[in-house]
Ligand binder design. Sequence first.
Ligand SMILES: Cc1cc2nc3c(=O)[nH]c(=O)nc-3n(C[C@H](O)[C@H](O)[C@H](O)COP(=O)(O)O)c2cc1C
Length: 309
Amino acid sequence: MILNEILGIKYPVIQGGMANIATGEFAAAISNAGALGIIGSGAMSPEIVRKEIEICKSLTDKPFGLNIMLMSPYSDEIAQIVIDYKIPVVTTGAGNPGKYIEEWKKAGVKVFPVVSSQSLAIKMEREGVDGIIAEGMEAGGHIGEMTTMTLVPQVKSAVKIPVIAAGGVASGAQLLAAEVLGACGVQLGTLLLVSDECPAHENFKDVIIKSGSNKVTVIGRIGGVATRVVKNKMTRDYLAKEKEGWNKEQLEKFTLGALRRAVKEGDVTEGSIMAGLDIGQVEKKDCVSNILNNLMKEYEREKGDLCKN
Ligand SMILES: Cc1cc2nc3c(=O)[nH]c(=O)nc-3n(C[C@H](O)[C@H](O)[C@H](O)COP(=O)(O)O)c2cc1C
């Protein structure tokens, strides 16, 4: 896997830009441990984004990135901040970053959009991005329809630029599988939620540790935005309202601030506990450095064992 060489870091691993979670401090901890830390700008105001970048810069001299949720009303301003601060890498979620790409490229920013379909990957390559993060529906948070197993090889066969696999990667075997499917590296979300450095509330981390994959569901498939989360009172109420025929606007209002409630206040009953299907593999809290070291050791072991199977 060569993503580490492309990014000038130790491991072929990107930390997913997670709204409400991936602060400048968290991103710096990830970069210091050898992966690429990403500040998740989510719905942050431009002032907060600047502050988090300053914090990240003060805590690491390693490369780091910024994730922009393209649904954010501040996308245009944050896109400019990327240029002003010479952020080395930008990842984007929830849409097509096409209109920003030319200016980012002129500024020397590496651009990696997160895509959930082959057609968007092809379009993004034509618009000049540096690589594609192909995210399967095993992932936590907003999801598409395809699985990592089917999406990664289809994107790989359609584009010439590097492909990074995301969604459902939490072990060395899955890292190796991603490589075999054609990925040059992976993006991780759920596995890093339980790291000591992750600023999520302990209640949130405890749910991630205790839950098996059967505790995960998808809300928003009928009338909202499909989102993978852990089942709780909020998801039961949401799914009932979806069946009643609530529209997208009503459903969005219903979940407004729900991720923040779970992550910051520890409200795991009414809050939104976004997590991927790999939740069943995440069994203990540890520091980022150990989590990444163990993952890479497992990967090397699996690679060696592959020939014996
Ligand atoms: C709590 C949570 C919040 C997330 N927020 C974002 C986000 O703001 N922007 C984004 O592009 N992806 C977001 N994601 C997706 C991750 O960046 C990553 O692609 C995904 O978690 C990978 O799948 P995994 O959870 O199975 O490792 C989020 C995921 C989680 C679990």
